[in-house]
Design a protein around this ligand. Structure first.
Ligand code: FE
Length: 341
């Protein structure tokens, strides 16, 4: 969104101050992009008659909430990762989602144990392996990334990126902090280059022969494979096999996009209705389809692309709360082993 549009959206929302008690509105602060959220909100309004006002921003929404305090017009916070949900809890910005509907729709491992946040879509952080230079089955687990045979062959974005902090958090949870540190130090030794770029840039680097393995979220595969604006991305995607790690033990690391209820929500009932709607069959279908993510809800048909390229895989069902709680420790380890240097 342009700065001007963002400003207009902000103004539109701030004028709501006078009608903040109206029961038929809900105000959303969304880190998730407009193209994903708009169709869902339109469907929500069509179904419930509740007007949905939204501010989109890539950053600063939690700071804004903090700043606004008890006067915040925000009811619902939508994030594109579990990290900011955890941050929001730590900063005391969220309320409790008391809803049997949400509990029934979303498996427990994708919900905060204290009902402070809920997953709306899921993705796995997988290994993209060169079709030319890595045999199928040659790499099978996250732990395998530490094997010296991969020296100079792995690409990743910053260890400090939210997605990697969650992955490292899952290694801490499963293998312990000491093992995780050794693992991270060994993976660093295997890097082909200093961590840089986004997830797609790593797959590009595999295509171009700079490395043989890359870490990336699953939905980027769909976004690359169907990219008509930048057709070279189709070639990046076609150069790799998707490796879902740890299929013989705990399963592939999963993360979520999700929602939280703002602590000072002026329309808590409408907010809960919206969160419930986003876990409904209809919304789950829509939500996952547009962005090549997995529905969090069971029994929802996957998009054709996911069915074709990802099929069945074993997902780690550890409670995500037990993974995100290690993020500060994960960040410390990244510094300690000089992962990004
Ligand atoms: Fe992403």
């Amino acid at each position: 969104m342009t700065a001007k549009k963002a400003l207009l959206a902000g103004l539109a929302l701030s004028t709501l101050g006078s009608v903040a008690q109206a029961a038929d509105e809900v105000n959303i602060y969304s880190y998730r992009q407009e193209f994903l959220i708009k169709p869902l909100l339109e469907a929500f309004t069509a179904e419930t008659g509740i007007k949905a006002n939204v501010i989109f921003s890539k950053k600063g929404l939690l700071e804004r909430l903090e700043h606004e305090g008890a006067n915040s017009p925000a009811d619902v916070i939508l994030t594109s990762d579990v990290g900011p949900l955890h941050d929001a809890v730590e900063r005391d910005l969220v309320g409790t989602i008391n809803s049997d509907i949400v509990d029934a729709n979303v498996p427990a491992h994708y919900r905060s144990k204290e009902d402070k946040w809920v997953g709306l879509t899921a993705r796995s952080r997988i290994i993209y392996a060169s079709k030319d230079r890595v045999e199928p089955g040659e790499i099978q687990s996250y732990e395998d990334l530490a094997d010296p045979k991969w020296k100079g062959r792995i690409c990743t974005r910053s260890g400090k990126h939210s997605y990697n902090l969650s992955l490292i958090g899952s290694i801490i949870e499963h293998d312990g902090a000491e093992q995780a540190e050794q693992w991270l130090a060994a993976v660093k030794e295997n890097l082909a280059r200093r961590p840089q770029g986004n997830d797609r840039a790593q797959v590009k680097a595999v295509k171009e022969g700079q490395c043989d393995l890359a870490l990336g979220n699953t939905y980027y595969y769909g976004k690359m494979l169907t990219n008509t604006k930048e057709p070279e991305q189709v070639e990046w995607a076609k150069s790799v096999n998707l490796v879902f790690p740890n299929q013989d033990d705990r399963g592939a690391h999963m993360s979520i996009s999700g929602a939280a209820l703002a602590k000072h929500a002026p329309h808590p009932d409408a907010a809960i209705k919206l969160i419930e709607f986003l876990t409904s069959e209809k919304a789950q279908q829509m939500y996952a389809e547009v962005n090549y993510e997995f529905p969090v809800r069971e029994g929802i048909e996957w998009s054709d692309l996911l069915k074709e390229h990802m099929g069945e895989f074993k997902a780690d069902e550890v409670n995500l709360g037990d993974v995100v709680k290690h993020r500060a420790e994960a960040s410390r380890l990244v510094d300690k082993v000089g992962f990004d240097n």
